[in-house]
Design a protein around this ligand. Structure first.
Ligand code: GUN
Length: 281
């Protein structure tokens, strides 16, 4: 029998705990979000982040810029947010317009307010095995989901498809830090199915429907990070859910798997940064 890794259920449990904690706090965290351009999916994600934060009792505000925003404008806004004591978390929604240097913008965020864990400071901590201020949201959400279902990581072969800085690389490192044996595959990997078929845990973060039942071995744990709309407008993931779930021991659905866990992790990170900023008070 295949067990569904229910991200919504775990998200709701996390929100209940966070809300109880926030209700008792006099001073609340403030999450500042910057969005540039008019990517429709980004706008929906950002709205969702703001609403979720407010429902939990976290202050949140969004600064929007048009797609022709300059690096200077973004840098100057981030500088202002960095020096504002009331702002405890900063998020720059990705992707940024193509003329903007993403690393330059992300690295201008103070590491102790970097709620995505994407600055070189925080990712450097992660990749050197030290503790960053916070871990990137989607990888953190994936590990919380695996832990919730008691899925053992130590000594397991985890195969990650995708090498992005948002998901593939950090999740691979986090699995390695938990003593999994990790393989990263990407668009230039040859004979992908031969590798994925050796996975005890398969994490696909590509954004294309590529993982069919011939890609997995029996009883594999399958995590689907992809989310996109197919030609009929239906939300799809990287994984052929019906085919793969005939063989997998655990599988995360799309929607309702990793997506809700990403936002849950963002809220946890927001609170962690706030607690860190106030620990000496
Ligand atoms: N765009 C898609 N996912 C994310 C995320 O987790 N953080 C940011 N900043 N942008 C994203």
């Amino acid at each position: 029998m295949t067990i569904i890794l229910d991200g919504k259920k775990l998200r709701d449990k996390i929100f209940k705990d966070l809300k109880a904690k926030l209700d008792k706090m006099n001073k609340k965290p403030t999450l500042a979000v910057i969005i540039a351009g008019d990517n429709p999916a980004s706008k929906i994600y950002v709205n969702n982040k703001k609403k979720t934060a407010e429902n939990l009792g976290i202050n949140s505000f969004v600064t929007e810029y048009p797609s022709n925003v300059t690096e200077e404008e973004l840098l100057s806004k981030i500088k202002e947010l960095n020096s504002d004591k009331n702002i405890t978390a900063i998020l720059v929604q990705l992707p940024l317009p193509s003329h903007i240097n993403k690393s330059k913008i992300l690295n201008s965020i103070s590491p102790e307010k970097d709620v995505d864990g994407l600055t070189t400071y925080n990712s450097g901590k992660l990749f050197s095995g030290e503790k960053p201020f916070v871990y990137p949201c989607t990888p953190k959400g994936i590990l919380l989901l695996l832990d919730e279902y008691g899925i053992e990581l130590e000594g397991k072969h985890a195969v990650v498809i995708g090498r992005s800085s948002l998901v593939g690389k950090p999740v691979a490192q986090m699995l390695l830090n938990r003593n999994a044996t990790v393989t990263i595959c990407h668009s230039k990997t040859k004979n992908l199915a031969d590798i994925t078929k050796t996975a005890d845990i398969l994490i696909s973060a590509v954004g294309k429907n590529i993982v069919g039942e011939k890609y997995i071995k029996n009883n594999c744990v399958v995590i689907d990070v992809g989310i996109f709309r197919d030609e009929f407008g239906k939300l799809r993931g990287d994984v052929d859910f019906d085919g793969v779930s005939k063989h997998a021991s655990y599988i995360s659905p799309v929607p309702g798997g990793v997506g809700p866990m990403t936002i849950a992790s963002l809220m946890i990170n927001t609170l962690e940064l706030f607690d860190n900023a106030n620990k000496d008070c």
